[in-house]
Design a binder for this molecule. Sequence first.
Ligand code: MTE
Length: 320
Amino acid sequence: MLIKKAEQIKSSEITPKDIYQQRRQFLKTSVNLGVGLTASGLFATHAGDVFAGYGLKSLKYSKNNKYNINEALTKYKDVTTYNNFYEFGASKSSPAATAHVLTTEPWSIKVEGLVEKPAVYNLEDFVNAQTLEERVYRLRCVERWSMVIPWLGFPLAELIKKVKPTSKAKFVEFSTLYRPEEMHGQRRGVLAWPYIEGLRLDEAMNPLAFLAVGLYGEVLPNQNGAPIRLVVPWKYGFKSIKSIVKIRFTEQQPVSSWTRSAPREYGFYSNVNPDVDHPRWSQRRERRIGEFFKRKTLMFNGYADEVAHLYKNMDLTKYF
Ligand code: MTE
């Protein structure tokens, strides 16, 4: 991955201040008015539509305090303007500048492979069936920066239980939308498209693995992976695949786009691990976006209590 330090973010890479201030003001008003989800639909539409392209639509959710880590949140502006989404270009600023052209409604997800209920599902089939919760997770990018983000969504395990994998299924493979006419990055061969990621089934069933449909109280901005993306907080950020259209259950370990492009650098597991260097840099420290001093990277990104048991007896230098 191309490396750029947080302090190198140019002012031109940041949402214009007037738009940002308008949307903060709007959010405040929404909260005061108690704008929320209508009973019938996933998204409540309201005056926020004037910000079309900025995804300003509120969601109804409850906070899940079990996953609310006690650390300062990364600013909304940084979460939504400093992104990796190669389908919209390789620079950090390009997704925020160009992802508004992505059509996210309607949206379907094809579930296939070793499952009892393979089908093409509408996004609403999953989302309306779930109570959305807010979880504040750390996200640590392999490029040595991290953020703390209030995500809205539901556990991946809930979706998996609904589609019922067969006893043969050992892995889950996720694919991002392939639509080069809207995703300009796909017109170049930077990566093997569509973007693919995978998890072992027991990792996918871990309660931490989360499908996000929003952040900071509103529908996911396109640049953050609208309308639905994975968040796997104990793994490097690239495992958290965006704009998912396909979920396949397999017996074989999937080959992710990053592993395909550089197998020595990006392994299947990609657990955050300060003891295993990336071939080109150490993973011992990270810069929290918005902070000046670097901080120590934690084993499994601080989630060892929840996930270390998944890797018992595995040599994590070999299975990196
Ligand atoms: N998903 C897709 N489809 N394409 C991508 O380029 N980038 C990954 C991940 N998911 C990426 C993706 C990387 S490298 C990171 S660090 C996170 O998304 C960044 O998520 P964020 O921009 O919401 O912070």
